[in-house]
Design a protein around this ligand. Structure first.
Ligand SMILES: *Cc1c(COP(=O)(O)O)cnc(C)c1O
Length: 420
């Protein structure tokens, strides 16, 4: 099915996009590129001027099935004709079906639904605190998170986020968090023993299996396995933020499978609904401590969002998408590594899992990640920065061999341009 058959050109671009009018009324919380996107199909996007782009951003690792995927269109169309929203006052069959899929395809026993990554992490933080009070008997629980992490934009999740730039001017922050360097077992052992004082103790450790916003940094297998052992011995909860890396992006359904350790609690959002807003917190039975009235969300797990997520889950299985993620990821990293070999003065490293990859730039070379992103956009390729030095490649998981080749050619051209 082509996008042209879905949305006739005559219905698009009737009014030229008015940036000034937009900026007058929409808060300037985002640094936006001066481009307005109006339609998409597969891994392609078109802006209001009719310019075509290859999409290696996917709404920030979110549009799992790309744009206008027939399975997603069918699922949400059918669902909105039936019932799109009711309250959690009632049983919602689609929620049960989605939770069943997640439980069957992960180490989790139970699922709580919400609407975003930050909310899923908030739920995990609340669960960890209740677990600390009622199971671990810790009066003043501390949650350890990592430097350079990212967990969302609510007050508790910016506090959990180990990056000062997200916290600036928003203090007082939420108490009960402390930070450790990522992938450093000595540092976390020291923190656990240092923080065990009086009523205070570490109750949970919350980490990304691969740090996304922090620069596409994969977790170290040995580190995570040692951490699992520490948590088993002490009772400390191990919480994984799988918001960006989960739902097939790593080439496995969950990022923790890359590390060979299971978390006690983990969260998902971005890719789960393929672009329809939904978040989820998963837990093992042993830490399923939240009871009726203790946590809730009006929209959480509504029929519409769940139907979209179910379609994403089923399509991942039916279309063998994980295999595509592995193959296209290999192809992409190989191509980027060839560029790194060609331009060692500009590129330090290429790293990632499946279809979440980063190309790190040398410092002080006169340009950084955002300059690559802008130049690539001019050339018709959407990329995203992850911090100042890393260019992030997170295409839809349905990306084809030809599309990866095209993207690599464009990045090669961009490197040529940017050094001259
Ligand atoms: C994007 C992201 C979040 C926040 O998700 P929102 O849906 O924007 O609230 C949390 N954790 C990680 C790892 C993310 O990448």
């Amino acid at each position: 099915m082509s996008i042209e058959t879905l949305v006739p050109q005559s219905e698009l671009s009737s009014n030229p996009f008015n940036k000034e009018s937009f900026d007058e009324v929409v808060m300037s919380t985002y640094g936006r590129f001066p481009v307005a996107i109006e339609k998409g199909a597969g891994c392609r996007l078109w802006d209001t001027e009719g310019k075509e782009y290859l999409d290696f951003v996917a709404g920030i690792a979110t549009c799992t099935l790309g744009h206008a995927h027939p399975a997603l269109i069918e699922a949400v169309t059918k669902q909105i004709q039936k019932i799109h929203h009711v309250s959690n006052f009632y049983y919602i069959p689609e929620q049960g079906e989605l939770a069943r899929w997640i439980v069957n395809n992960s180490c989790a026993d139970k699922v709580f639904f919400c609407n975003s990554g930050a909310e899923a992490n908030e739920a995990a933080i609340k669960l960890a605190r209740k677990y600390a009070h009622t199971v671990l008997n810790i009066d003043k629980p501390i949650i350890l998170t990592a430097n350079s992490s990212f967990h969302g934009r609510t007050l508790a999740t910016i506090t959990a986020t180990g990056q000062a730039k997200y916290q600036k001017n928003f203090n007082p922050l939420v108490p009960g968090f402390s930070y450790v360097p990522y992938n450093d077992i000595k540092a976390i052992e020291a923190a656990i023993s240092d923080l065990d004082e009086g009523d205070y103790a570490v109750a949970a450790i919350m980490l990304e299996p691969l740090q996304g916003e922090g620069g596409v940094r994969p977790g170290d297998i040995e580190y995570f396995q040692k951490l699992r052992k520490i948590c088993d011995e002490t009772g400390i909860l191990l919480i994984f933020d799988e918001v960006q890396v989960g739902m097939g992006r790593s080439g496995k359904v969950w990022g923790y499978e890359e590390l060979g350790v299971e978390p006690d609690v983990f969260t998902s959002a971005k890719g789960l609904g393929g672009g329809i807003p939904i978040g989820a917190m998963m837990t093992k039975k042993s830490c399923d401590v939240l009871r009726s009235g203790e946590h809730a969300s009006t929209f959480g797990g509504n029929p519409f969002a769940c139907a979209a997520a179910i379609a994403v889950c089923h399509t991942i299985e039916k279309e063998n998408i994980l295999e595509n993620v592995e193959k296209r990821g290999e192809q992409l990293r190989q191509g980027l590594r060839n560029l790194a070999t060609k331009y060692p003065e500009y590129i330090t490293e290429v790293r990632g899992w499946g279809l979440i990859n980063g190309m790190e730039l040398q410092a002080d070379i006169g340009f950084n990640a955002i300059d690559i992103v802008k130049t690539a956009m001019n050339e018709g390729l959407m990329l995203a920065p992850a911090g100042t030095q890393v260019v992030r490649f997170v295409p839809p998981l349905i990306v084809t061999e030809v599309e990866v080749d095209t993207a690599l050619q464009i990045v090669g051209k961009v490197m040529e341009q940017i050094r001259s």
